[in-house]
Ligand binder design. Sequence first.
Ligand SMILES: [Zn+2]
Ligand SMILES: [Zn+2]
Length: 321
Amino acid sequence: MSLLRVRFWGTRGSIPVTIAPDAIKRRLVAALTRAVGRGLDTPERIEAFVEQELDFSVRQTFGGNSSCVQLDHGGDEYVLCDLGSGARAFGNHVLATRGGRPGTFHVFMSHTHWDHINGFPFFMPAYIPGNTITIYGCHAWLEEAFRRQHGAPSFPVEFAQLGASVRFIRLEADRPYDLAGFRVTAKRQHHSGDSYGYRFQRDGRTVVYSTDSEHKLDDPAEATAFAEFFRDADLVIFDAQYSLADAVSIKADWGHSSNVVGVELCQLARARHLCMFHHEPTYDDEKIAAVLAETRRFEEITRGDHTVQVSAAWDGMEIEL
Ligand SMILES: [Zn+2]
Ligand SMILES: [Zn+2]
């Protein structure tokens, strides 16, 4: 049984962001203050101190690329969810590791909002003859959305000039397909213009990719339907763009969900791991870390006989299943 590895290339919601310029100085001051009197006189000691004693939000960043997640089942073909700006980093990684050998890419699109397609014009494998890219999605305008951003007046290269063979395949929701080495089922979600979640199954393992979805748990039929979609999943990658306070007040009906809804759905579904994804662009690393801590606490105090592991995705994170 091959390992299933999930790699996050882009985890930010709505628009790519970078770490704020003044945050670097703040972090240096925080780190150096903690280091005073610690006798950190070799690179090894410094490395261990950084790794073990500094908080994630001091030593690292959740990152700023928009949605792109890779499901790696160990085969030669690549499987992705969405082509946000993280696809640029993924494409460059492929070129660096694969050399000139042609590759096959399968991409499952949640929807065509800009933050989910804006990496494609910078996805280098699309420019290389011999590569094959299949883009799956449920929207009628799937192909048009990609063609429209790729060419004048928005981009210097026309879609028709791409060297790779690119094709689009429409999927129907609620119907299982055998594609790209997985059993794949799509489900329609509440979002402006609709979005689709995907349930991927292979070798007895299940990953759900559910981003850009506003869940209304006060509707019991809907809560049950999503709990079934998430049922017994090993990993649920979940749009938890907002903290609960934001979700129920100013940002109700903005098309996204909260950390708390994610926990409740995963508990109902008896899913094993909730990974918060599509982070709010105005949240800095400290805020995302605080939401993660709050979510873990909420999971703990509402836990019955089933534990849900909670994490927050960052660009470069890998989860092995
Ligand atoms: Zn989005
Ligand atoms: Zn969206």
